[in-house]
Write a protein that binds this ligand. Structure first.
Ligand code: HMG
Ligand code: MG
Length: 302
């Protein structure tokens, strides 16, 4: 039976904006977070503490975290690939402190090298102290496994490779496992096979899917996960996004499109679709282009 309630983690402010070449002002990023929480999102991936030389768009991470007016019940997460990132995320004290940090590895060796400049094994070694210190500081730790369904450099990625990383992440104390189709090539059967492997090591509530719509498979893949009872997904307002190290990766699946499907299935999300569509319209105007979200476009031009 499919779940009656689903949690969406809007990764637009981070995964969405990180790939934008034009600088987006801190004020616009903060405004986007405010609009998402006003629309009912209860989990928002706000920014990343990565090298500003690698991802300049996220250089204002601490400023964004300091400026958001937090709403009760909302969980704010940030990416922290190494101790330097975690230390920076904690340096500002309560004013900038996230509720959750995300370490991001890959199921593909080639992508691990391109994205975080180290092998999968080295990445796990790097994450271990980050996970320990984050948990010690009382933060929840989530992991994202990039290229779990295919890699732009290496091609096919096996379910065995996914499970291997899942197991290693579990061993170092990660609490939630996100399976990510960075280049959007996965199809529903393959997604279910990968998810089964994640579910061997993490409980249902701690496994999520992160789909990109590059090949138009994202909603079908989410539906395939719902059939397995999975009830947490990363989505991105207006379909923003891509990955700087995955050429041709289009946006993440749009939050609007997923909400429309879920509400149509009678599944609760706590999200007000109209307010969400407006948030998508807002950030698309900032970027000077229409939303990628099909639902966003349909409702904004109605
Ligand atoms: P590195 O070059 O291997 O690390 O970077 P290093 O320790 O040798 O440091 C090199 C320089 O970076 C030094 O500065 C460090 O201080 C600095 P320099 O001495 O040259 O001036 N540095 C940092 N600065 C700020 N914050 C930090 C940090 N760490 C080192 N945390 C690192 C390793 C991981 C940092 C680098 O490769 C990096 O930042 N990569 C960016 C990766 C990234 O953000 N990718 C996009 C996010 S992942 C994604 O989008 C996929 C996902 O959404 C899932 C999906 O979509 O499928 C999760
Ligand atoms: Mg993504």
């Amino acid at each position: 039976m499919i779940p009656s309630r689903v949690t969406l983690v809007d990764v637009g402010p981070r995964d969405g904006l990180q790939n934008e070449k034009q600088p987006v002002s801190t004020a616009h990023k903060v405004d986007l977070v405010h609009r998402l929480q006003a629309a009912g999102l209860r989990e928002i991936e706000v920014t990343s503490y990565v090298s500003p030389k690698w991802v300049p768009q996220m250089a204002d991470n601490a400023e964004v975290m300091a400026a958001i007016q937090r709403a009760p019940g909302v969980r704010y997460s940030v990416l922290t690939p190494n101790m330097k990132g975690l230390e920076a995320a904690l340096a500002g004290g309560a004013a900038t402190r996230p509720d959750e940090v995300v370490v991001f590895g890959a199921a593909s060796e080639a992508f691990s090298q391109k994205n975080i400049n180290c092998s999968i094994a080295e990445s796990i070694e790097r994450f271990a102290p980050v996970v320990a210190a984050a948990r010690e500081a009382g933060l929840k730790v989530r992991a994202a496994i990039s290229c779990a369904l295919g890699c732009p450099y290496q091609g096919a990625v096996s379910a065995d490779a996914v499970e291997d990383v899942v197991r290693r992440l579990k061993d170092i104390g990660v609490q939630h496992c996100g399976v990510a189709d960075t280049i959007g090539v996965g199809t529903p059967g393959q997604v279910q096979a990968a998810m089964e492997r994640a579910l061997k090591h993490f409980p249902l509530a701690e496994v999520s899917g992160h789909f990109h719509d590059t090949y138009g498979q994202a909603l079908a893949n989410i539906y395939a996960c719902l059939q397995m009872g999975i009830h947490t997904f990363d989505t991105s307002v207006a379909g923003l996004g891509g990955c700087p190290y995955a050429k041709g990766a289009t946006g993440n699946v749009a939050t609007e499109d997923v909400v429309f499907m879920l509400h149509g299935l009678g599944i609760e999300t706590g999200i007000d679709l109209d307010a969400l569509v407006e948030a998508g319209g807002f950030i698309s105007d900032v970027l000077g282009r229409p939303p990628v979200s099909r639902v966003g476009r349909a409702l904004l031009t109605k």
